[in-house]
Write a protein that binds this ligand. Structure first.
Ligand SMILES: CC(C)(COP(=O)(O)OP(=O)(O)OC[C@H]1O[C@@H](n2cnc3c(N)ncnc32)[C@H](O)[C@@H]1OP(=O)(O)O)[C@@H](O)C(=O)NCCC(=O)NCCS
Length: 222
């Protein structure tokens, strides 16, 4: 359910969210929490087994190894992204699977099998939490992308991406880090994405120092 754009204030009470509408409409509407928090249609879930909460993707995200690939929580994935695709053999006459994969229905019935050429394991990609992957990115199989990283639009990722790095290009190279080394160290220690939603919603997320001290206090209490 889409919230009307003129809503300017919401208030929680007894399992309801009261929405106050601009005065010209001078009326109030109560919604159930579940209705309020329902995802809009443009937020889709990546179709894999291990995907953290509040991670969404655009259309045309292809992940062949959906059993083993993992994506953390609060990740934003754009459109047309290829994550961990297979490889063809390069050291034989042809890279074409028609020569070695029976499923293509071209090999003679009595020719040998070539499982070492076509059924090589597609290594899973592991993506941390709070990662933003721009439109049109290709990520080679077996790659690890650290928590908090950003991959620029149309990048080709051939090497692991360190936490909180911003990488871009073909092949993807480091542009800069999102934060200073000491802040990155703290964030990796505090792992905010593991904490409960009711706490996270109240974080002053534009103020890194305040966030870090609130996260430290929260962690101490756990
Ligand atoms: C990666 C990104 C976040 C960096 O943004 P930024 O911090 O504003 O970076 P800048 O524009 O200052 O660029 C810094 C350098 O990286 C290069 N760069 C930035 N994005 C790049 C990209 N996608 N591919 C290649 N190079 C890129 C710039 O050319 C610049 O190079 P220079 O220092 O040699 O001049 C942004 O460019 C991007 O790709 N965003 C993704 C957008 C998207 O896909 N949105 C879909 C919705 S999820």
């Amino acid at each position: 359910m889409k919230l009307p754009r003129f809503i300017y204030h919401t208030k929680k009470k007894n399992g309801f969210v009261t929405t106050k509408i601009l005065r010209i409409f001078s009326f109030k509407r109560k919604m159930r929490y579940e209705e309020y928090f329902e995802w809009p249609s443009w937020l889709k879930r990546p179709q894999i087994k291990n995907c953290g909460r509040n991670t969404y993707c655009g259309s045309n995200v292809s992940i062949p190894n959906h059993e083993e690939t993992s994506i953390g929580a609060f990740c934003s994935l754009g459109h047309s992204i290829d994550i961990g695709h297979g490889v063809h053999p390069t050291h034989v006459l042809t890279t074409s699977p028609f020569f070695y994969n029976r499923e293509c229905r071209w090999m003679l019935p009595d020719s040998p099998d070539y499982p070492h050429l076509w059924s090589q394991k597609i290594l899973p990609v592991h993506i941390g939490s709070d990662v933003w992957i721009g439109n049109g990115v290709f990520i080679k199989n077996g790659i690890n992308i650290g928590h908090g990283a950003i991959v620029g639009a149309h990048s080709v990722v051939t090497k692991d991406v360190p936490p909180y790095a911003i990488v871009a290009g073909n092949p993807a190279k480091l542009i800069r880090y999102r934060f200073s080394e000491d802040i990155i160290e703290k964030l990796l220690e505090l792992k905010w994405w593991e904490l409960d939603d009711d706490f996270l919603r109240l974080l002053p997320f534009e103020d890194m120092q305040k966030c870090i001290s609130m996260l430290e206090q929260k962690r101490q209490k756990l």
